[in-house]
Design a protein around this ligand. Sequence first.
Ligand code: ADP
Ligand code: MG
Length: 843
Amino acid sequence: MLRQYFEMKSRVPDAILFYRMGDFYEMFFDDAREAAPLLGIALTARHKDSDIEAPMCGVPYHSADHHIARLVAAGRKVAVCDQMEDARASKGLVRRDITRVVTPGTVLDPDSLLPGLPSFLTAAVPGESEWETAFLDLSTGLLQAGTVPSGRMADVLALFRPREVLLPEGATLALPAGIAVTRRSADWFATARSEASGTAEVLPGRGEGAARAALAYARDLRGHALLHVRPAAPLRFGERMSLDASALSTLEVFESSDGDSSRSLCAILDRTRTPPGARALREALAQPSIDPMELAARWDAVEELVGAAAVREALQQALEGVGDIERRFGRIAMGTAGPRDVAAWAAGLKAVPGVRAAAAPLRSHRLRDLADGVPDLQDLVRLVEETLAPDPPAVSSAGGVLRDEADPELSELRRLRRDAQGALLAIEADEKKRSGISSLRVRYNRVFGYSLEVGHAHRDRVPAEWIRRQSLANAERFVTPALKELEEKILGAEERIGEIEERLYRELLASLSRGADRVARAAAAVAGLDLLACLAQAAATGGWARPRLSETPRLRLVEGRHPLVESLRREEPFIPNDCDLAPERRILLVTGPNMGGKSTYLRQVATAVLLAQAGSFVPAASLEMSLVDRIFTRVGAADHLSRGESTFMVEMLESAAILRGATSRSLVILDEVGRGTSTFDGLSIAWALVEYLHDTPEKSGFVLFATHYHELTEIALVRPGVANATMAVKEVNGKVVFLRKVIAGSADRSYGIHVAELAGLPRSVIERAREILSNLEKQELDVQGAPVLARHEGESAGEGQMLLFSAAEELVLEKLRQVDVNNLTPVSALSLLASLQDRLKRH
Ligand code: ADP
Ligand code: MG
């Protein structure tokens, strides 16, 4: 048996093997060690029916699907190895075979899919400097393909979040955790590339090889044609705003910072009424538009729906009846839909004309295009209604799937069966009368068939001509020739009915599959209308404003709010803030005490831009903006100091990526960059970064930089494009109150101590801190040139401290170095001199 086990396992080395033994599926060795904790079942060492001694765990066969779904949800692949013959009938080892392989990227079971999330299988083939890449969502039939520069694969994967990645052997690709990896040989990929896809058309073009590989893999695994998969659409990253992985997480687009997807931007925005609409919202946020026409069309639609609340509500109500017509159709086309699924799908299609009717009063182009683009699907509804029984069972093998009218032979056989039921009851009544056993019952059992059941108490009244069939604990079962004859008739009809139902049901699925194109169009229209109604509802309830596009570079947000902070942290009212950036004032340095609201401010500006380009209105009094091609964010390691040095490395790598990838139309958010290292390093890097961003406008666009390095604000003196802002604070009875208001200027550095006081540090510590601060500010040195601070502490001065003192001097030197003496008027030379001297005096 072990040999057989290993033979099976070798065919699917990367999957957890469910090996059928009697009423259980057993897992062995590493599979068992991996699966047991994921399934919350016990790991044991020995199977009761065999002499295998190995780590193992098992699940009852009837609950296998549930356990498979859990493993697949955890990113694992599962291969099911079944017994191919009756264990009792076989001499020696039972023949077994792998009957199916379930993987995260090809699974269709609704229990393994989240309604609002796409379920992508990615195929990726590396080339010289780019990857051929395809994303296939088998559940909906969406296929996209193209090429992605090697350096951008990580961002693209963060956007699509595939559940499984198919790679050639030997190819290396950094993948986020939890993604299943499947490898195939180069030969396999070559064959897939040359094969006619048979079903979905892959037009020659970029990413074609990857698209064909994804289709071939899905087809192999499912053993079914992919009738619902639509021709590959090109991956058009150039036509989308690009959000890197860091921006998606900083702006909490799909997950809050603590990993909760119900507290994300997407979640609080989501008022969609259908799963296709929910998926459309995700896509709008993941791939915001950079096309002004497209955005105007979406904003027009949202504006109309904001104004027409009654129409919007009627539309949303109509949408509620539609359900997931897209994924249900996927299961129909792949032959895995049960009759109940098909009935629910048809009910959804039936609701579609109502959506169209509800949208009739709407006038904006986008809404008209969507509503008028809904194809007629009533023939499909009729086909289902004329074929399926009302309230059909969940699985087709249960029987009672079809209407009598669906087939003349079926209705004839059913009549026969009904008559036989009557005849059975007649036999029961007859024999009851003849034997005088009033408790006599006709019973049915799958092994022994029909019989007359008599309790032991009445055993001696059984007529002689009855034939004993089965003995039970307290009853016996008998047959009579008449009963046997009837049984044959019934079972014959039963079997034939089963055959007809199965055949006609398969034919129904095949006929429905031919509507793939229309269903896809209907689903797209439903998704689009649902998305726009959702955005309008968010705008209407939140009092959001329609963005205005500026031809020239501009980012002017008035009374902006952060939608997440505003809706989730209701302890204090949200204070709106403005932001105004233009080419002559491109970089805003925001200083201020910890907890003052710097990070929130930065994120709210970026979130407004993201929402606007997703087609949404924005939580502000107004927003005037030029289109942003990329949003970059880099959040310093401030909150993750415990992660240590490597964090700083990550921080610098990401900063480097920003400096490489940004353009004059990008929005760059830098929050406490440089904090992951010593003060001196951090300040220097931050300083150099701001200088670079300022001096190469073609590589940075607008920049918001929050920092606790107070010294950094001095850059504004020498770099005209840099402006300073700070979070206003007020002192009340010696305590600091955060006003959450962004004002021009830079923060008073001593507020840090106020905050420490607020936090409850002992009075002696606070007083000592004030003393040290004033020494630092006076730049008092002792005779050896060490800061007073060091002498007080009884330690020698550290390098960092020394260098901190010279920051002001450094700045003066730097400014002197930069002065272009030949272009300086006497008056400005004088005023520069005065300002430099002033700078030194202040320290
Ligand atoms: P910082 O980055 O300056 O340390 P944060 O942006 O993290 O500060 O904000 C600190 C706290 O203040 C957060 O809990 C946030 O909810 C709250 N907050 C920030 N900005 C506002 C605002 N404009 N109105 C109300 N509360 C705010
Ligand atoms: Mg912060």
